[in-house]
Design a protein around this ligand. Structure first.
Ligand code: GTP
Ligand code: MG
Length: 195
């Protein structure tokens, strides 16, 4: 995908605020600090259009980015960050549930996991949740630059087994640092959106 235009559109906390132009949409999902916002920036070749941080809990709303007037990326808060107060965690959970189960233009979710570690219970639950609602999932194991190439396959296997990945669901290696895997991920996104 040649990205000619990438614009931030809105930060939403409820459906009335979601964009209404009905373009196909791809959302992110993953633990806090795993690299969701960085992955968006990498895909669209913009340094910090989606705000990133070395501290977990940076993204707190559903942030919509329109790409080439063709599709949306929805960046979302991460899960599994214990230091967020319980009440805030609950309201994020509710916001995500409303979004994932109600967004008609949602064509797929990029579930981001950390290649270095086996999936957490939260990762497993999110994958099951997406499967339950029949939402197409692309699993991306990111931060590949932090692991030597010789160990990539071993770690990929741990991700596949930990999530009990369904046959046919793509699992891709990625690094926002080096842009490794970018073209392959764009291909999978285009399969979901029909672009
Ligand atoms: P929340 O918004 O808090 O849920 O986090 P996030 O998932 O959006 O993570 P974010 O993109 O803000 O990245 C978190 C940290 O990981 C930042 O310090 C990034 O620079 C770093 N990071 C993200 N992707 C990669 C990667 O592929 N390689 C390396 N080495 N660092 C990465
Ligand atoms: Mg973020």
């Amino acid at each position: 995908m040649l990205v000619k235009k990438a614009e931030f559109v809105i930060s939403a906390v409820k459906p009335a605020q979601y964009p209404e132009d009905a373009l196909p949409e791809i959302a992110l999902a993953g633990r806090s600090n795993v690299g969701k916002s960085s992955l968006i920036n990498c895909l669209i070749q913009r340094k910090n259009l989606a705000r990133t941080s070395s501290k977990p809990g940076k993204t707190q709303t559903i942030n919509f980015y329109r790409i080439n007037d063709q599709l949306y990326f929805a960046d979302v808060p991460g899960y599994g960050f214990a230091r967020v107060p319980k009440s805030v965690r609950q309201s994020w959970g509710k916001m995500m549930e409303t979004y994932l189960t109600g967004r008609e233009t949602l064509k797929g979710v990029i579930q981001v996991v950390d290649l270095r570690h086996p999936p957490t219970a939260d990762d497993q639950n999110m994958y099951q949740y997406l499967k339950h609602f029949g939402i197409p999932v692309i699993v991306v194991a990111t931060k590949a630059d932090k692991i030597s190439r010789g160990k990539w396959q071993k770690h990929l296997k741990a991700v596949r087994e930990g999530l009990e990945l369904h046959q046919g669901d793509p699992l891709l290696l990625f690094s926002s640092e080096t842009a490794y895997g970018k073209e392959q991920l764009w291909k999978e996104i285009e399969k979901c959106t029909g672009n």
